[in-house]
Write a protein that binds this ligand. Structure first.
Ligand code: HEC
Ligand code: HEC
Ligand code: HEC
Length: 92
């Protein structure tokens, strides 16, 4: 029982930590709607091992590969139009 409560609390903490994420970029900050993406895919689609900040963070190359890679594969989400990600922080 104690263990179950612990697991539930951890999940709530993880989920609230992971609500919103703004990536800083000189050509326009990117508002990543983490909770929306979480609802669409299992954590393991993007996180290897336990869900947490990416080791070493995301640079341009890694981010474009991850984000644009999946959008292209799924046929959904921004792919070619930079401004749908860069500078989208005030939209939505
Ligand atoms: C699906 C969303 C998405 C699209 C579309 C996208 N980017 Fe990005 N871009 C990102 C993310 C996320 C980062 C990582 C920001 C960071 O380093 O924290 C990034 C980083 C960058 C950086 C590095 C910025 C810095 O401050 O180091 C440049 C330059 C860049 N992108 C240019 C472009 C250009 C040009 C396009 C259009 C051809 C484009 N991006 C399209 C999401 C996107
Ligand atoms: C579509 C991809 C994707 C999915 C699916 C996803 N995440 Fe994430 N998650 C990210 C990205 C990108 C970051 C930011 C990584 C960074 O800045 O190092 C992140 C960061 C986090 C963080 C670190 C806190 C934060 O806000 O930076 C936690 C905790 C987290 N995710 C938990 C989860 C959990 C739990 C699930 C499944 C229910 C999940 N994630 C599903 C992409 C995803
Ligand atoms: C595993 C697949 C996957 C990954 C990885 C992913 N996305 Fe998405 N993204 C989607 C899908 C599918 C949609 C379309 C959702 C819809 O139309 O309801 C989407 C939509 C979006 C949108 C459109 C606005 C919105 O919130 O619906 C933005 C902006 C976006 N993604 C940014 C990003 C960024 C930035 C990253 C990387 C940090 C990323 N995505 C990684 C699948 C992914």
């Amino acid at each position: 029982m104690k263990q179950l409560i612990y697991v539930v609390l951890c999940s709530i903490m993880l989920t609230s930590l992971a609500q919103a994420k703004v990536f800083k970029a000189y050509n326009g900050d990117i508002d990543f709607n983490h909770s929306k993406h979480m609802g669409l895919f299992p954590c393991t689609e993007c996180h290897e091992g336990p869900p947490r900040p990416f080791p070493g963070g995301l640079d341009k190359q890694k981010a474009h590969k991850l984000c644009i890679g999946c959008h292209t594969k799924e046929g959904a989400g921004p792919t070619r139009h930079c401004a749908q990600c860069h500078g989208n922080a005030s939209k939505d």
